[in-house]
Write a protein of this length. Structure first.
Length: 367
């Protein structure tokens, strides 16, 4: 079935329904990609947990809801933790349907960071492809990804080179970046607003360092995102002057960008090897410069001195100094970078060519 227009099955993350925010950046990545793939003429069936929603500009995609309990995320487990699949988990339901639908499709594209779909890859008839969404947070995942890379590297793609460098891969990794629909972000030429921070409120995101920067500057920090770890949030709040954190909650993209674009800078403080860093690019799409630790994806997304500043990881003093210099950044440069390097249609074309190449060179036996 190697036609120009592909019949694709996309499998969503089993961590939470699409729209819950629990899936982190994967949720927005999928929405952007579906829109881009549809506009390239591909036929999309999305398998996603019950409750998942797609925006109206993705209505040409068929969505099939799968019941079952959420899969525990790898990112909050020990690196040596074993694989756990709940018997009534949504992961099993998603892959039962994916394997069935995959027989009538050109390819199945997986967005979950899970053992099962990767293990299945050389063992089943449908061509399974995996856009890996995290660094190597689990030993068992790291080993499995390395094994798949050895048997057929074309089945794997990553968001950034820094993310890919966490894995032992055979040959050059396929690095696809990510994609954002620029129509959803309004450019704000004027800086001068408060500092902002966005992301899941969880230890690997290092919110405490951004709050420390705001406190050192006697400023307020607007914070958006899913409250994943309330205890952690409470602890941060108790360590800084009252009012330093301005909690804004988890907002839709439209609301998020309307507040984010007023900021003079976004602070980005990853404590882990961030695979990409959607919020970095969303801020830049609005013209907001980003001051980030030079760690993981953000280190590849920010052109230090042009679209923001990169500072040594965990160096709060350097970040405070850089945050006071964001007035030197031309906000148009930030928007231009996103237009040129991270548009949703460019991303969809890169994904399309990865899949087309993969299905034409597959190393696994069919049927
Ligand atoms: N986000 C959102 N509303 C908010 C705050 C964040 O929709 O109020 C989304 C944001 O658009 C981004 C995701 O949360 O897509 C966070 O993704 P990122 O890649 O920055 O980090 P991850 O959570 O995947 O580690």
């Amino acid at each position: 079935m190697k036609t120009t227009s592909l019949k694709l099955v996309l499998v969503s993350t089993p961590i939470g329904y699409l729209g819950s925010g629990k899936g982190g950046g994967v949720e927005l990545t999928m929405r952007s990609l579906i829109k881009g793939l549809l506009s390239l003429g591909h036929k999309i069936t999305l398998l996603a947990p019950q409750g998942s929603v797609l925006p109206s500009d993705c209505s040409a995609a068929e969505i099939r809801h799968v019941p079952g309990i959420d899969q525990p995320s790898w990112q909050h487990q020990e690196v040596s933790a074993p694989v756990v699949i709940p018997p009534d988990g949504v992961l099993l339901g998603l892959w039962e349907q994916a394997l069935e639908l995959g027989k009538e499709s050109d390819a199945v594209l997986n967005f979950s960071y899970d053992w099962l779909p990767i293990w299945l890859t050389p063992r089943v008839e449908p061509d399974l492809f995996h856009l890996i969404s995290m660094g190597a947070v689990s030993q068992v995942m790291k080993t499995l990804i390395s094994e798949l890379s050895k048997s057929d590297p074309s089945r794997l793609a990553f968001h950034t080179y820094r993310q890919a460098s966490d894995y032992e891969l055979f040959g050059e990794p396929v690095v696809l970046g990510n994609g954002f629909d620029l129509n959803h972000y309004d450019f704000q030429p004027l800086g001068g607003g408060p500092l902002g921070w966005a992301g899941r409120v969880a230890p690997e995101k290092g919110l405490e360092d951004a709050v420390a920067v705001a406190a050192a500057l006697g400023d307020r920090l607007l914070v958006w995102g899913v409250m994943e770890d309330p205890e952690y949030a409470k602890k941060i709040e108790s360590n800084f002057p009252p009012g330093t954190i301005d909690w804004r909650g988890f907002l839709s993209t439209a609301e998020l960008q309307s507040q984010l674009r007023t900021c003079r800078a976004l602070l980005n403080t990853p404590k882990w090897n961030e695979a990409y860093g959607n919020v970095v690019v969303e801020a830049m799409a609005c013209g907001v410069p980003v001051v980030a630790y030079d760690r993981g994806g953000p280190g590849e997304l920010i052109n230090s001195g042009f679209t923001g500043w990169l500072v040594p990881p965990d160096d709060v003093v350097a970040m405070t100094e850089a945050a006071s210099q964001v007035g030197m950044i031309d906000r148009k440069e930030c928007r231009n970078w996103v237009e040129n390097s991270a548009s949703h249609d460019g991303f969809a074309r890169r994904v399309e060519s990865w899949i087309k190449k993969g299905i034409s060179t597959t190393k696994f036996p069919k049927g």
